[in-house]
Design a binder for this molecule. Structure first.
Ligand code: 8YV
Length: 328
């Protein structure tokens, strides 16, 4: 029986319950010290694996995939975004790719909302002030931020997460605007009382807060380019819980430094784990270490999805969360 278990290489530590179940079901090779694998370690992994379970910290590029053994048939990624995987090469090599959509929507939307509140209300600055020991007590004009209620929120990417952000934001009195490749269903637009902007440029120029909720694809790389960022009014805030690559981070950092934008809340960065030094120095920026979906409930649900995708695939069926279906 045991020899029929597929060899599954898991590149990072996953919640105990998930790893234990994987050990029961598969010939699972776990990463016990949780180090981020180097390209050469990934190459070693794909030479023998039948299934690879990578995360956002692994670059599964053509160089890695070209070294994959004949047995590698499935990449069951732990996460929704698949921009760390060269999907074209995977397809060409007959490797199916799956992800874990849906189960981290609410957690990521919560974190987005937390940043939408934290930046204009100077939450992190206030916290730093207390810890510094420099707080001398209340004053009518200290730590003044900006009101959220009644402002305009422009959502870039009205998919699952963008929609979940919009629902929360309405409870905080924000009016919803969005830009998306396609206009959403009229019923959803009516529920959210949302205004659709076909032109991203037009929307950016009119918003108080921008939330980036689109995936990173070749089409969205630097979607918020230096030129587009300049369209934002100087009192605008920008929040990103999607992927750093969607914003030109250097251009944003320069604008923050020059006071050309009111502030930013960033959970993701263009060159993680590196962060632009200008952003690190800015007071009006809240920086988080890519923790938008970091709840134990979410991680277990993601792991469950990975297991279901692998199990369905090795049992000869079509896995539910296919991003790439192999051509042969
Ligand atoms: C995950 C994410 O933590 O799922 C995604 O796309 O960005 C994160 O929330 C990470 O990607 C897991 O690999």
């Amino acid at each position: 029986m045991a020899q029929n278990k597929p060899a599954v290489v898991v590149t990072r530590r996953l919640p105990d319950v998930i790893e234990t179940r994987m050990m029961e079901l598969f010939d699972a090779r776990l990463n016990l010290d949780d180090h981020a694998m180097s390209q050469s370690e990934l190459i070693e992994a794909v030479k023998t694996a039948e299934v690879l379970v990578p995360t956002v910290t692994d670059r599964i590029d053509a160089g890695v995939l070209s070294q994959a053994g004949e047995k590698l048939r499935l990449i069951a990624s732990f996460g929704t975004g698949v921009d760390h995987i060269d999907l074209k090469t995977a397809r060409q090599r007959g490797i199916t790719v799956t992800n874990t959509p849906g189960v981290l929507t609410e957690d990521t939307a919560d974190m987005t909302m937390a940043l939408i509140l934290a930046v204009p209300r100077r939450l992190a600055e206030g916290e730093r002030l207390i810890r510094s020991g420099d707080w001398t007590g209340w004053s009518p004009t200290s730590m003044l931020g900006h009101r959220i209620w009644g402002k305009r929120l422009g959502i870039v990417g009205m998919g699952r997460i963008g929609t979940a952000v919009a629902r929360r934001a309405r409870g905080f009195g924000l009016s919803i605007h969005y830009h998306n490749r396609r206009r959403v269903h009229a019923e959803l637009e009516a529920e959210l009382e949302a205004t659709y902007w076909e032109s991203l440029d037009q929307m950016l120029a009119r918003m108080d807060i921008i939330s980036v909720n689109c995936p990173h694809t070749p089409a969205t790389y630097h979607l918020l380019s230096a030129r587009r960022l300049k369209l934002l009014p100087p009192q605008a805030y920008i929040v990103n819980t999607s992927r750093g690559e969607v914003i030109d981070e250097n251009a944003l950092a320069r604008m923050v430094e020059k006071g050309e934008i009111a502030g930013a809340g960033l959970d993701v960065f263009e060159h993680e784990p590196a962060v632009s030094p200008k952003l690190l120095q800015a007071e009006n920026v809240v920086l988080l270490p890519h923790m938008g979906s970091a709840t134990i409930e979410g991680r277990i649900a993601m792991g469950e999805k990975v297991i279901i995708n692998i199990k369905t695939f090795v049992d000869g069926h079509t896995p539910p969360d296919r991003v790439v279906e192999a051509m042969f």
